[in-house]
Design a protein around this ligand. Sequence first.
Ligand code: NDP
Length: 241
Amino acid sequence: MRLDGKRVLLTGGTRGIGRGLALALARAGARLVTCYRDDQDAAKVMAAELEELGDHRVVRADVTDAGDVARLVQECVTHMGGLDVLVSNAGTISHVPFEDLTAAEWQRVLDTNLTAMYRLVQQALPLLPAGASVIGVGSRSAFVGIPQRAHYTAAKAGMVGLVRSLAKELGPRGIRVNLVSPGVIDPGDGTLPEPVRRRYEGLTALGRLGTPEEVAGAVLFLAGDASSYVTGETIHVDGGI
Ligand code: NDP
C-alpha cells in the first residue's frame, strides 16, 4: 500500500499508536507533518527517526487550541504545499467513577478526542482536494461501553457519528471520511502493566494485544487509493475482542 506523493497531517505522532502510524506512513512514501503537546523528548526521538525516512516535520501543537491547529495546518502548506490525508489520532483517556466525573474532566476528554477532530477537519477543509482521505482514530470502547470511562466512550462514539455525517456531506466533493477503531494496543515500549495485558489478552479472539503497526495497516489502506470506494466506515482493529 504505497502512498508516494501523499501529503499527510497526523496528530499525536510521537508516542504509542501515533508513533507507529507516523513511521508506517513515512515508510510507505508519504510526506508527513505530525504534532505533539508535552513530551519534547519523545518528539526529538521521533523527529530523528523520521529524518532517516525523508523530509518530515514534528511540531508542537495542542489539538485543543484552535490557534495551534491553525498553525499546524499552515505548517502543512509551508512544508508540503497542501494536504491529501488527515489523521486525527491524538487523544487522551482517564478512568473516573461517574459520580466523581467533574464537568472539567468531561470537557477535557471530549475536547481532546472529539472536538479536536471537528477543529482539525474544519481548519484543513479548504486545503483538501477531491480524492482526499480523512481518518479518525476511535476506540472499540465506543461500541461496547466501559465502566469509569463514560466521558471517553462518549467522545469516541461521537467520532462515529461525526465520521458518518462528514462522509455524506463531503462525499460530493470527493473527500472520504472513515474511522479506525483499535482494541487494546501495546505501545511496545514496556509501559503496559502486566495485569492489564493478561486481562485484555483473554478477551480477544486472537489471544493477544495488537501493535501500533497493526493499526497502521488499516490507516494505510484508508489513506490510499485501495480504499477509493470506502467512506463513512469504521474498521475495527481489535483482534476480535
Ligand atoms: P498515547 O497517550 O500513547 O499518545 C498520544 C499522542 O497524542 C502523543 O503523541 C501525545 O503527545 C499526543 N497528544 C495528546 N494530547 C494532545 C493534544 N492535546 N494535542 C496534541 N497532541 C496530543 O496515546 P495512544 O497511542 O494510546 O492513543 C492514540 C489514539 O488511539 C487515541 O485517540 C486513543 O484514544 C486511541 N486508542 C488507543 C488505544 C490503546 O490501546 N492505546 C485503544 C483504542 C483507541 P504528548 O506525548 O506530547 O502528550
